[in-house]
Design a protein around this ligand. Structure first.
Ligand SMILES: *Cc1c(COP(=O)(O)O)cnc(C)c1O
Length: 273
């Protein structure tokens, strides 16, 4: 188990790379139970009902066989960052009819077609061009999609997501895309060991949501806040997260550096694949 650090002073972002690999159904059961109990404890600290927090296991980079172990341990949702990797796993695991796939990473418009075909939700909506492309593909498939608007709350140039000031006009444009059901917001906090700086990002997203709720287009509920990952999900819950996206604390460390998913400053768009 990971060393427990006092949440008020530090995150577990420096623990990345230390989580042991889950290699059996039993490993998954234990890891999920640990995460669930920490979710419950975080909820208790702030007087929230743990039923109001959804745990989204993030399976990126892990092979199909490992996802099947997680499934046997009870996972029915999988979060994937890259649309092609997710699509491949969806095809390979089509025998498991109760799986829900959540795409949580940046999407190029030319991959909208893939996501429209299989995803249950998309958490990284950050442009109207992409909304238009997704809507057109979804209409063609006769499907609809739960979407989350990604907001850059860390103010780092390197992060994807809308600037908080641009979110209100963005929301006003979304009802034109009738196959997208806007559920709320998603953010990646600063990857810092300092809890206070990470917490600020989560507070910023919650306050933005609370403010925009009052002016949101009719029928747009904005109930959901997808924020928090292995290193910081307890802080996110204390600040109102309704979805936490947890990979390494359930699956084990990834060998792929996070920069592969979140381009670092100056690295450009980092597209590819
Ligand atoms: C990989 C990923 C996560 C999960 O990160 P962990 O450190 O494995 O918990 C959360 N959100 C997004 C967008 C990701 O790409």
């Amino acid at each position: 188990m990971n060393p427990v650090t006092p949440l008020d002073t530090s995150t577990q972002h420096d623990q990345h790379g230390l989580w042991p690999q889950a290699e059996s159904v039993e490993d998954f059961r234990r890891n999920i139970a640990v995460v669930q109990s920490r979710i419950a404890a975080a909820c208790q600290r702030v007087g929230r009902d743990p039923a109001g927090v959804r745990l989204l296991p993030v399976s990126k980079t892990k092979p199909e066989a490992t996802l099947r172990l997680a499934y046997a341990a009870g996972c029915r949702d999988f979060g994937e960052n890259k649309p092609q990797e997710a699509y491949g796993k969806w095809e390979a695991m089509a025998d498991l009819t109760d799986l829900r796939w959540s795409v949580i990473g940046h999407l190029q418009t030319n991959k909208a077609k893939l996501v429209a075909r299989f995803a249950a939700e998309f958490q990284a909506l950050d442009s109207l061009r992409l909304a238009e492309a997704l809507d057109r593909r979804l209409q063609a498939e006769g499907r609809s999609l739960d979407v989350y608007v990604q907001v850059n709350t860390s103010m780092e140039d390197s992060k994807y997501g809308l600037n908080p000031d641009d979110v209100a006009p963005f929301l006003r444009a979304l009802p034109a895309f009738s196959s997208l059901r806007v559920r709320g917001f998603m953010t990646l906090a600063m990857l810092s060991a300092e809890a206070a700086r990470v917490r600020e990002c989560f507070v910023r997203l919650r306050e933005l949501r609370d403010r925009l709720r009052q002016t949101a287009p009719a029928g747009m509920a904005l109930d959901e806040l997808s924020m928090g990952m292995s290193g910081d999900y307890e802080i996110a819950i204390e600040e109102g997260a309704t979805i936490v996206r947890v990979g390494q604390a359930i699956f084990g460390a990834r060998s792929t550096p996070d920069a592969h998913y979140w381009p670092t400053a100056g690295a450009g768009e980092g597209e590819g694949r």
